[in-house]
Design a protein around this ligand. Structure first.
Ligand code: ADP
Length: 461
C-alpha cells in the first residue's frame, strides 16, 4: 500500500520534511538565544566587578595598582582573576596565580589604554574564560588598565548540554512524527480505499449498486455522495435509453405489421385492380407514418448527439406566426375548426427560423388534432424587453392533470388509441421541448379537461 504512488506516503514525507525544517529553525533559535543571554549575564557580572574594583585602585606615583587584600576577597581564584597594568602596559597587580599567569593580549591592553573597553573570551589552562579590560584614569589622563576575568565553563557546559539534548530529541521527534504522520494519513485516507474497492464493483450492467457509505459530511463523505448521485443519474440515463429503444422498436413494428397484414391478405388470391389500389393506398399511408416516425427519431437522435447546429438569424415573429397558421389552415378547414391569429406587436427574435416554424406547426397540428369539429384554435405572441412568448390555444379535449407532467416525454401519449388513430407517435412535443430549450427557452402547458389547452413557448430575445 505504501508505494511512492500513494498519497499517504507523499503526505507523510511532506509533513516530516516541513517538521524537520521547523524543528531545525526552532532548535537553532533556542540555542542562539540562550547563548546570547548566558554570555550577556556573564558580561554583566564582569561589568559589576569592574565597577566594584575601579574605586579601589590606588596609585603608587603614577602607576595604578590594587591592595593585596583584593585577593583575599576573591571567593575562588580558579574562577576569577584581576590584573592591573600601568600606562606602558606593564603588570602592577596580578592575582591570577591560580589561573597560571595567562599571557596578556597586548593589543587589547593598548586599546583599553586608548580609552576603549574590550570584552572577549580566552582560554586559561584549557578552561574558557571571559575577560573585560577597561582603562584607569587619573586626573583626566589614561594611567593604566584594569583586567577582570571570570571562568565561563558554566556557560559552555550549559550550551553543550543543550546541544546534546537537541541532538537526541531532533531525530527522535522526527521518527515519532513520521510514524504519527503515516498513522494519521492512513486514517484519513482509508475511506478512499474503501470507495475505490466499492466503485470497482459497480459496472454498467449493474448500476443499481450504491456506495451508501455512512461518512460524515467532510471532503471524502461528499466525494462518496457525489459518486452515488452520479451513478443514479447514469442509471436513469441508461434506463431511458433502453426505454427509448424499446418504444421506438414498438412504434416501428406497428405500421410494419399493418403493411405486412394488408399485403398478405391481398396476395391470397387474384383481385380486381381496384382492390389492389385500395391496399396500396393503405400501405402508402402506413409508409407515410413510418417516414414521419423515422424523421422524428432522427431529429431527436441528432439533437441528443448535439449534431443540429442552430442557424441563428433575426426572425420576424409576426411573419413566422402567419406562415405557420397558413400551413395548417387547410387541415383546420377540413375538420371544420376555426383557426385565428391574435394580433401582436412587431418584434424580431434571434433564432433558427426553420426549427421555430417546426415548433409552431407541431403545436398547431396537435391543437387541430385534439379539438373536435366546431372548435376553435388561436395562435398569438407577446413580447417584453427580455423575451418573446408564443402561444397556441384550443377549445379541445384538454389534458388531465396527471398527464400534463409527462406529455413532453418521448412516446408519451395521454390517449393512446386516439393519438395513434391521428397518426401520432408521442414524439411531437418532445421535439418542441428540445427546440425551445436549444434556444435557451422553455415550453409549458395549461389545460383543463374538456375546456381546452394553451401551450406557451418562452424564448429569450
Ligand atoms: P402525438 O404525436 O401523440 O400527438 P405529442 O408529443 O405531440 O404526440 O403529444 C403528446 C400527447 O399530448 C398526445 O398524445 C396528446 O395526448 C397530448 N396532447 C398534445 N397536444 C394536445 C392538445 N392540444 N390537446 C389535448 N391533448 C394534447
Amino acid at each position: 500500500m505504501l508505494g511512492l504512488r500513494s498519497i499517504r506516503l507523499r503526505l507523510t514525507l511532506w509533513y516530516v520534511l516541513l517538521l524537520a525544517i521547523i524543528l531545525a529553525g526552532f532548535s537553532a533559535g533556542i540555542y542562539v538565544t540562550l547563548r546570547h543571554n548566558l554570555y550577556a549575564n556573564l558580561d554583566d557580572s564582569l561589568q559589576t566587578r569592574v565597577a566594584d574594583l575601579l574605586p579601589l585602585v590606588r596609585f603608587e606615583g603614577d602607576r595604578p595598582t590594587l591592595a593585596e587584600s583584593i585577593s583575599a576577597n576573591s571567593p575562588d581564584l580558579d574562577e576569577q582573576f584581576v590584573r592591573v597594568y600601568d600606562s606602558s602596559g606593564r603588570l602592577t597587580f596580578d592575582n591570577s596565580g591560580g589561573a597560571g599567569g595567562e599571557p596578556t593580549d597586548g593589543e587589547a591592553i593598548q586599546k583599553a589604554l586608548a580609552g576603549g573597553t574590550v570584552t572577549r573570551g580566552i582560554e586559561v589552562n584549557g578552561e574558557p574564560f571571559r575577560v573585560r579590560i577597561v582603562s584607569i584614569e587619573q586626573d583626566g589622563r589614561m594611567a593604566g588598565a584594569l583586567e577582570v576575568g571570570r571562568a565561563a565553563d558554566d556557560v559552555s557546559d550549559a550550551l553543550r548540554s543543550l546541544l546534546l539534548i537537541l541532538g537526541v530529541a531532533y531525530p527522535v521527534t522526527l521518527a515519532l512524527a513520521s510514524l504519527g504522520g503515516i498513522f494519521l494519513a492512513s486514517r484519513a485516507l482509508s475511506p478512499i480505499d474503501k470507495l475505490t474497492r466499492l466503485a470497482r464493483r459497480i459496472s454498467a450492467e449493474d448500476l443499481s449498486q450504491r456506495l451508501n457509505l455512512r461518512l460524515p459530511d467532510d471532503e471524502v463523505g461528499r466525494l462518496a455522495r457525489t459518486f452515488d448521485d452520479m451513478i443514479a443519474r447514469l442509471e436513469d440515463a441508461f434506463r431511458r435509453q433502453r426505454q427509448f429503444t424499446a418504444d421506438a422498436s414498438h412504434e416501428l413494428r406497428t405500421p410494419l405489421t399493418a403493411v405486412k397484414g394488408q399485403v398478405e391478405v391481398a396476395l391470397t388470391r387474384p383481385r380486381e385492380p381496384d382492390a389492389y389500389r385500395e391496399v396500396l393506398q393503405t400501405v402508402n399511408e402506413e409508409v407515410d407514418r413510418l417516414i414521419r416516425l423515422v424523421g422524428s427519431l432522427l431529429t431527436l437522435a441528432r439533437a441528443d448527439a448535439g449534431q443540429i447546429p442552430l442557424a441563428l438569424e433575426a426572425v420576424d415573429v409576426p411573419d413566422l406566426a402567419v406562415a405557420a397558421v397558413e400551413q395548417v389552415r387547410p387541415t383546420a378547414q377540413q375538420r371544420d375548426i376555426e383557426l385565428a391569429l391574435a394580433p401582436g406587436p412587431a418584434v424580431t427574435l434571434r433564432a433558427d427560423e426553420d426549427l421555430l416554424l417546426q415548433l409552431l406547426l407541431n403545436l398547431l397540428d396537435n391543437a387541430t388534432k385534439y379539438t373536435p369539429s366546431g372548435g376553435r384554435v388561436t395562435a398569438g405572441w407577446s413580447a417584453d424587453g427580455n423575451r418573446v412568448e408564443l402561444w397556441v390555444r384550443d377549445t379541445g379535449a384538454g389534458i388531465a392533470p396527471e398527464h400534463q407532467a409527462h406529455i413532453f416525454d418521448r412516446f408519451y401519449r395521454a390517449d393512446q388509441a386516439r393519438s395513434r388513430a391521428e397518426g401520432g407517435a408521442g414524439l411531437g412535443l418532445s421535439i418542441c421541448r428540445w427546440i425551445a430549450e436549444a434556444h435557451g427557452g422553455s415550453i409549458s402547458v395549461e389545460s383543463a379537461p374538456e375546456r381546452g389547452s394553451t401551450f406557451t413557448v418562452r424564448l429569450p430575445r
